[in-house]
Design a protein around this ligand. Sequence first.
Ligand SMILES: O=C(O)CCC(=O)C(=O)O
Ligand SMILES: [Fe+2]
Length: 352
Amino acid sequence: MGRLDEAFIQAPEHRPITHLTNSGDFIFSDEIPTIDLSSLQDPNYDKTTIATEVGKACERWGFFQVINHGLPLDLRRRVENTAAEFFNLTAEEKRRLRRDEVNPMGYHDEEHTKNVRDWKEIFDFFLQDPTIVPATPEPEDTDKRELTNQWPQHPADFREICQEYAREVEKLAFKILELISISLGLPGDLLSGYFQEQTSILRFNHYPPCPNPELALGVGRHKDGGALTVLAQDSVGGLQVGRRSDGEWIPVKPIPDALIINIGNCMQVWTNDKYWSAEHRVVVNTSKERFSVPFFFFPSHETNIEPLEELLSEENPPCYKKCNWGKFFVSRNRSDFKKLEVEDIQIDHFKA
Ligand SMILES: O=C(O)CCC(=O)C(=O)O
Ligand SMILES: [Fe+2]
């Protein structure tokens, strides 16, 4: 990416405060909960204990890490290696897989978050190929569009490894979804129906070293749109979470082999603001490149997102109006593709 041109520069109030030691390493915080999922492997185990822990973390932080999560570690290593190999291809080779106006999947190095360019390059693919979405964000337009993946020829086993990882991370996402439902006092399978046809995406993020990490961000502050995100990060660090209680930016400590789970907008709406979709961002540094692999667990395009009836009462009336996920998805994809002069769509726009 080389030079930091103007498009990357954050407004002064959004420039990163990095927590660095004297030797230039990040200082991390232990505040964000870590939850051990090992007892899920015992089919006779009562899930309510873990579900309660998950619920508390969703409420206070909207973020937690999981250990002993059952995702095979050798597969994770293979994914990390193949992603690094992919980003090592020449710019020309990567740009052959460039995403465009019609198809948002593939390679992209010009993503903007809140209209400022991110210091990163990415590769995206859908779990379901093809994935059906609305043709346009216009509410009246009922046309649909089929979106497909694009794959590189090298590394040779790239596609196979990606798809194997996607299947495993999806299994974990369904387990977390079940724990969240239980934590709300609801049947464990209440939400899973929304994901039979899904619009989920797996992404590889590569953050190269940045000459001016005090001015730019790897990803600008944002909330994830979907139900939840399962994120694998390497040991470099840089992810920061806005604390629910006061908005303070808290750096997330890399724990070897752990996965980070965060709540997205859909879950915040379903739970009528009980669970929190936290703002987060990524800071970069001058010397170390960083890789991360988020899995965005997105429902089917037909899903209408609104507070779950089971959780509403006279004392807890709905805080949101109904929003169609497909339209939200398409609108977001359009606005982060181009640097538009308008703010991209947010759940707050659906506040009742
Ligand atoms: O790289 C990370 O740690 C987080 C990336 C992220 O928030 C995103 O891709 O939505
Ligand atoms: Fe994110």
